[in-house]
Structure formats: structure tokens, C-alpha cells
Design a protein around this ligand. Structure first.
Ligand code: AHR
Length: 524
């Protein structure tokens, strides 16, 4: 049975709640009872497109050799007692399949610029053990290499985005990896792939030329990185989308110089944006935060990410007015302090309703910038940073972020619609934000979908639309700001059915405090 907050929320049920019993908005607060008037917002939905379609790859993922993101989380090996298909966990893959994973970036991140692809091919027992010097200095026996990763992608039916090493290997090594994977010729590299068990070439659609070249990828000046990008990209002769390493620190010069000096040798440029609610040294845990931190976190998206994306696009527009080069936000998500007792190099963190709220607001930002944002990759898929799935030996749980991706499925490939929104403010201390954030899109089958986020952790919101249609879908909320799923209580946070019907004033969508509502409008 669903917990009380998961009961279907209908317009009439919520309207009857003139006195709202508020559940604790903070883990540290006792539950309070108060009369709360919903914040009144007003939405006008237009039929005109707000931009090109939301590429499915905006709902992309990222898997790095980091902590238990690969080993343990996704891969257990063919001999494991944990049910698997050629080494990949059946339970985790089953959950991921439901999300229609459009693309996975691999093998890093920072790891990519310390990775030699040759370590990961050939007989598994003969592969070298290397230290993962970037993440915890732990041994990596290379049991997951190119063939295994490509098998994962084929099992999930997803495109691959390979991150090549520009930081510590020559251009020839990068070019040869691409040839090994994609050549149908009788070349020595293609024949080596065949001898290693794969006859048909794989399809590699996206190829990253280095990662964070301003940081772990080589601490390069933008001018040097641009030259190096041109050199490496020159030798990637197979038809791939060549992704240049862009900004990740809010340093506009990186985008500026890369676009100025290397735009003709790239098809996309990356942007990394992590949501960190406070100074880096005081990120705080994923759980146990107060309302100030909640507000600060959401502001980091609605203002911080929005500005980062908009400024980057403005630079791109100057250097590429035709809009040929795409922007890939190929690392995004919340970065908390690692869970106490876990390896600091493993970046293992819990995942709460707040993470899902950040995800929703992030997608809404991406939907507003579909002119350039053609791909985005959550960091990361399993057990690392803002994960979709957490595992503990044979056990697995789905995080609130997983449920968010599930709710937003109708937006993959849909066309964003213009809208105007009048929202009241949500204020916490010196932070003031629109209480409600909305995105809308039309799917290929003509159906219209809305996602509405109520940022206020304590006050419900009512969104008047004037529409004459019913809306049905699901709502994601939870008793506390930091509610999360545990291995003992894996279903604590999960979506519930939601329905609203037009009244005399048209359709009003009632949003519980701290909630995400995704609905499909009935055909008029
Ligand atoms: O996602 C974790 C790390 O964050 C990646 O390896 C790196 O690219 C970024 O700094």
C-alpha cells in the first residue's frame, strides 16, 4: 500500500484542504500544523513552439570508472551469484531499460585522460591491473573494457559517447581506438577486434576529445587546449560527432577561446555544471539540511545553471551564428559530501527529494535552450554523485532522481511550447525565487505534457491555466525535504497518481509543497 502522501491527489481533494496538515519540511523539525493558503500562480500555454525539439539525448547518462559506479554497481562479472547477463546486473539494467536510456558517456570524466584503451581489450584474465589514480588509487583489473561497455550499450539499446584521452596519450592512440571500434575494413586494428570476438564494427556516434582540459585533463591554458583539440580531432577520421572539452568552472574564457580557435574542428562543446549548495569545502551531506540550504540549492539551478548555460550560448552565438556547434552539458548533477564511512575517492552520496527537485529544474532550463543544448549527461548513473540507482551487494534501490527521469520520459523528443507564467515568490532569508517553475512540450503523437515544480518546501501552490481539459499524470513529493529511499525502505519516495479536472474557471493544477507534477492534457 502507498503511504498517505502517495495517495492520488485530485483537484477536489486538495481544494477541500483549507486547513493543511504540514508534514515536517526538515528532518530536524517536528511536524507542525498550520493553515496555509496556497500560493496562486497563473499559466498561459501557447500552441507555438518555443524552440527545436528536446533531443532525447538531453536525458543522457554518464558512467565512469569511479568507486562502485561500474564494478559492483553495474558490473558484477559473469561468474557472480548476482543475476547478470554477460557480467551486467539484470536488476539494474531492468530498471535502466524503463528510462529509455538514449546515450551513455564512458569511461570518464577525469578517468578518461588516464585511460589506455588497450588495457581493456583481449582475454580478460590477461588484462593488466592498473591503479585508478584519479579515484581512490584503487586497482582496476580492466575486466570492463571496450567490448564489455559496448555490450552494456547494446543490452540497453543506447548510443555511446566515448571519451578519448587527450591528456596523457598521443593522438595516434585516440585515432586507433576509434578505428578499432568502427572500422569494417581488413585493417590490422579491425582484425584485432574480430579476433577479440567482435566481427561487426560498433556504431560510435559521439566522441569526446579529452575531458576538463583546464583541470584533471591536463591543466591546460585554453589556447593550448584549443590547439591540442585541433590536432587530435584531425586524426579522428571516422564520421563521429567530435566533442571539445569546454568550461566547467564558470570560466568564460574557456568557451571563448575554444570557439574562437577550434570551432571548425568540433561539432559540439561540453559544459560541466555541478550544483553545490555552498562553498566547495562546506558542501554538506545529501541529507539533514535546513530550509536555507534547500533554497540556496534550488537557487543554484534557477539562477546559477540558467546563467551558466545562457552565457555559454551567448559566446557560441558570437562565434557560430549559424548554430552548427551544439552544447553538451555532459556532466551535471548535485555534488554533496560523500556519505560518512565511505571512501572519499568514491563520491558515494545519498539522494533525496531535493536532488529530484534539482533535476526537474535542470531539465526545465535545458528545455528553454534547445537551440543549442542537444545533449546532457547526469553525473552519474549508479552509486556515484547524483545517482539513479544505489546498490549494496545484491540489493538495489531507485533514487528520487530515478523517479524524476521516469516522470519526464514524455519530454524525450518532444517540442517545447511557449508559455507565460505569473508566479508568486518563495522567500527564505535573503533568497527570493519564483515559487513555481513550469515547462510544457508537445510529443510526436500530438499529446501535450506539462511539468510543474513547486519549489516552496512548506506552501502549496495553485496554478490556474484557463484550459478546458483534464490533466492526468503523476506527482513526486515526500514527507520531508530530505526524504530518501533506503535498502530497508526502498519505496519511501516514489511517484503517485495525479489527476485534475477543469472547473468553472478552467483547469487549476494544485501542487503540494516541495513537489514535481507531470501531466498529460486530455485531447480537447
Ligand atoms: O563526475 C566526477 C568528476 O567530475 C569527473 O570525473 C570530472 O570530469 C568532473 O570534475
Amino acid at each position: 500500500m502507498l503511504p498517505t502522501h502517495h495517495a492520488a491527489l485530485t483537484r477536489s481533494a486538495l481544494a477541500a484542504l483549507s486547513t493543511l496538515v504540514l508534514l515536517a519540511a526538515s528532518p530536524c523539525e517536528a511536524a507542525t500544523t498550520a493553515t496555509i493558503t496556497p500560493a496562486e500562480a497563473s499559466l498561459t500555454l501557447l500552441t507555438e513552439a518555443a524552440g527545436p525539439r528536446i533531443e532525447p539525448t538531453v536525458y543522457g547518462h554518464f558512467v565512469e570508472h569511479l568507486g562502485t559506479g561500474v564494478y559492483g554497481g553495474l558490473w558484477v562479472g559473469p561468474q557472480s551469484r548476482i543475476p547478470n547477463t554477460r557480467g551486467w546486473r539484470n536488476d539494474v539494467l531492468g530498471a535502466l531499460r524503463r528510462l529509455k536510456v538514449p546515450v551513455i558517456r564512458w569511461p570518464g570524466g577525469c578517468f578518461a585522460d588516464d585511460y589506455d584503451w588497450r588495457d581493456g581489450i583481449g582475454a580478460p584474465s590477461r588484462r593488466p591491473v592498473r591503479l585508478n589514480k584519479v579515484w581512490g588509487n584503487v586497482p582496476d583489473d580492466n575486466r570492463v573494457g571496450t567490448h564489455e561497455f559496448m555490450d552494456l550499450a547494446e543490452q540497453l539499446g543506447t548510443e555511446v559517447y566515448i571519451a578519448g584521452n587527450m591528456g596523457s596519450m598521443p593522438p595516434r592512440a585516440m585515432a586507433q581506438w576509434l578505428e578499432y571500434m568502427t572500422s569494417d575494413s581488413p585493417s590490422a586494428l579491425a582484425n584485432e577486434r574480430r579476433r577479440n570476438g567482435r566481427d561487426k564494427p560498433w556504431k560510435v556516434r559521439y566522441f569526446g576529445v579529452g575531458n576538463e582540459s583546464w583541470g584533471c585533463g591536463g591543466h591546460m591554458r585554453p589556447e593550448y587546449a584549443a590547439d591540442l583539440h585541433r590536432q587530435y580531432a584531425t586524426f579522428l577520421r571516422a564520421p563521429v560527432v567530435r566533442v571539445a572539452s569546454g568550461d566547467g568552472e564558470g570560466n568564460e574564457r574557456v568557451t571563448e577561446v575554444m570557439m574562437q580557435m577550434a570551432r571548425d574542428d568540433m561539432d559540439a562543446i561540453s559544459l560541466h555544471h555541478y550544483t553545490v549548495p555552498g562553498p566547495w569545502e562546506q558542501k554538506g551531506l545529501a541529507t539533514g539540511f535546513d530550509r536555507q540550504r534547500w533554497a540556496k540549492t534550488l537557487q543554484e539551478v534557477t539562477t546559477g545553471l540558467e546563467e551558466h548555460v545562457a552565457k555559454t550560448i551567448a559566446i557560441m552565438n558570437r562565434h557560430d551564428p549559424a548554430g552548427r556547434v551544439a552544447l553538451y552539458v555532459d556532466e551535471w548533477g548535485m555534488w554533496h559530501d560523500q556519505e560518512p564511512g565511505s571512501n572519499p575517492g568514491f563520491l558515494y552520496q545519498q539522494n533525496t527529494l531535493r536532488d529530484a527537485m534539482v533535476g526537474a529544474l535542470t531539465f526545465n532550463v535545458f528545455h528553454r535552450h534547445t537551440d543549442r543544448v542537444k545533449m546532457a549527461n547526469l553525473a552519474q548513473m549508479v552509486n556515484v554523485l547524483q545517482a539513479l540507482v544505489l546498490t549494496d551487494g545484491p540489493r538495489m534501490l531507485l533514487t528520487p532522481t530515478y523517479h524524476l527521469f521516469d516522470l519526464y520520459l514524455p519530454f524525450q523528443g518532444a517540442t517545447p511550447l511557449k508559455l507565460t507564467l505569473q508566479s508568486p515568490r518563495y522567500t527564505e532569508g535573503d533568497i527570493s525565487l519564483p515559487a513555481v517553475d513550469v515547462t510544457a512540450a508537445r510529443a510526436a503523437d500530438g499529446s501535450t505534457h506539462l511539468a510543474l515544480v513547486n519549489l516552496d518546501p512548506t506552501r502549496p501552490a495553485s496554478v490556474r491555466t484557463g484550459l478546458q481539459q483534464a490533466a492526468t499524470g503523476r506527482v513526486l513529493t515526500a514527507p520531508a525535504m530530505d526524504s530518501h529511499n533506503t535498502f530497508d525502505r526502498p519505496g519511501h519516495v516514489q511517484p503517485a497518481p495525479y489527476a485534475a479536472h477543469p472547473g468553472p474557471q478552467g483547469l487549476t493544477l494544485d501542487l503540494p509543497p516541495r513537489s514535481i507534477v507531470v501531466v498529460r492534457l486530455a485531447t480537447p
